[in-house]
Write a protein that binds this ligand. Structure first.
Ligand code: EPU
Length: 350
């Protein structure tokens, strides 16, 4: 197995940052992982696992060996009384997989249409949108352990799913005893799609679509089309304007902290959670600090959604990961100074 050297990563990160991998191997199936394991120099090397590159900020050339996951394939694995169990290779495009399941007549993923990235990256950050998260439809995944050379299966309960979080984001040993960041390559993901399908229309933007169209009982395909339209209206298409989706997580606070902020900023957008805490809209906090539409160097804050940082550079004047991080830190500082809240970054900084 011969790694490609000095491989440009510009096409492989949706922020569109120019950086190179010192060495990169493409993984198209289990045989490639076994070949990697069989080569002592590759087996011992530090590694970085790259999916669709839609949740990373590259701050320089990548020194660890880059494993680019390109495992394809989609199939119905099993049908039970209650579910269709559908599998996709980790290198499949998430959105294409969602569209395909709907074409086959297996609904359930429509609220997560148009999320950039690959199927294999989806469980890593427990992707979610418009009221549905990966963990709500997840069945299991197969992965290759880079420490032992063995494949293994994880069920939902073993994945440590949380808000934009899973065991794959934690360096071993994580609190609770386990962490798999950098140690395992997800090869296949299986989703359990419910036969007793019900529309998930609780998110405000979808409630508005119901009101606008008068369609009270939309089909899965209609929800898919609505979600695509909502996303296209407020989120930049990475093919046109580089970005990594939401740049910060929505923070949670205690009711007392929230009351304190409301006393000063009555319009703060907040939602009660089941555990009694309150989620604040990070986009609103950033917007309230005046960042929406601002540009610093070649990195900017998207004018229609302040939670999204964008690449304002071009071929002659490229945006660097350093500029993105400078802007991100400036935003964190002003949100902290005004609201006393520390925003946590969502993408992985490499
Ligand atoms: N808002 C503002 N100003 C802004 C941006 C937002 O006032 O500049 C307010 C909006 O008016 C709205 C609220 O903030 O009332 C929430 O905004 P939005 O509905 O756009 O959702 P979000 O909380 O900003 C989250 C996810 C998105 C996901 C949407 C829809 C996170 C970090 N982000 O965004 O996920 O698509 O909800 O479910 O949880 C991603 O993770 O990359 C991502 C795009």
């Amino acid at each position: 197995m011969n790694p490609e050297s000095h491989c440009p990563l510009l096409p492989y990160n949706t922020f569109g940052i120019a950086a190179r991998a010192r060495a990169l191997v493409r993984l198209r199936g289990l045989a490639d992982l076994e070949a990697l394991w069989a080569d002592p120099s590759l087996r011992e090397a530090d590694k970085f696992i790259l999916g669709g590159g839609s949740n990373i900020v590259l701050t320089g050339d990548v020194k660890p060996l880059v494993l680019k996951v390109e495992i394809l394939g989609r199939r119905l694995v099993a049908e039970t009384d209650r579910h269709w169990i559908v599998e996709a290779g980790a290198g499949e495009s998430w959105h294409d997989f969602v569209a395909w399941t709907l074409e086959q007549g297996w609904p359930g993923l429509e609220n997560m249409a148009l999320i950039p990235g690959t199927v294999g990256a989806a469980p890593v950050q427990n992707i979610g949108a418009y009221g549905v998260e990966m963990q709500d439809r997840f069945h299991s995944l197969q992965a290759f352990d880079l420490r032992t050379g063995q494949t293994f299966t994880l069920e939902a309960a073993q994945c440590g799913f949380g808000y934009r979080d899973s065991v794959f984001k934690h360096v071993p040993p994580a609190p609770g005893g386990y962490g798999l960041a950098g140690c395992a390559v997800i090869t296949h993901v299986q989703m359990a799609l419910p036969k007793a399908w019900r529309p998930e229309l609780g998110y405000l933007d979808l409630e508005r679509k119901v009101a606008e169209t008068g369609v009270q009982s939309p089909t899965p395909q209609q929800i898919f089309d609505w979600v695509c339209a909502i996303r296209r209206a407020k989120l930049p298409d990475p093919a046109v304007l580089g970005n990594a989706g939401s740049f910060f997580k929505n923070p949670t606070v205690t009711p007392e902290q929230c009351a304190d902020i409301i006393a000063r900023d009555p319009k703060v957008v907040h939602y009660p959670l089941h555990d009694g805490r309150i989620k604040l809209a990070a986009g609103w906090l950033i917007d309230a600090c005046g960042w929406r539409g601002k540009t610093v160097g070649h990195a900017g804050v998207y004018e229609k959604q302040a939670l999204v940082l964008v690449n304002r550079g071009n071929a002659q004047n490229p945006c660097t990961g350093g500029e993105v991080m400078t802007l991100a830190r400036a935003i964190q500082t002003s949100v902290y100074e005004r609201f006393g809240i520390r925003l946590e970054m969502e993408p992985v900084v490499v």
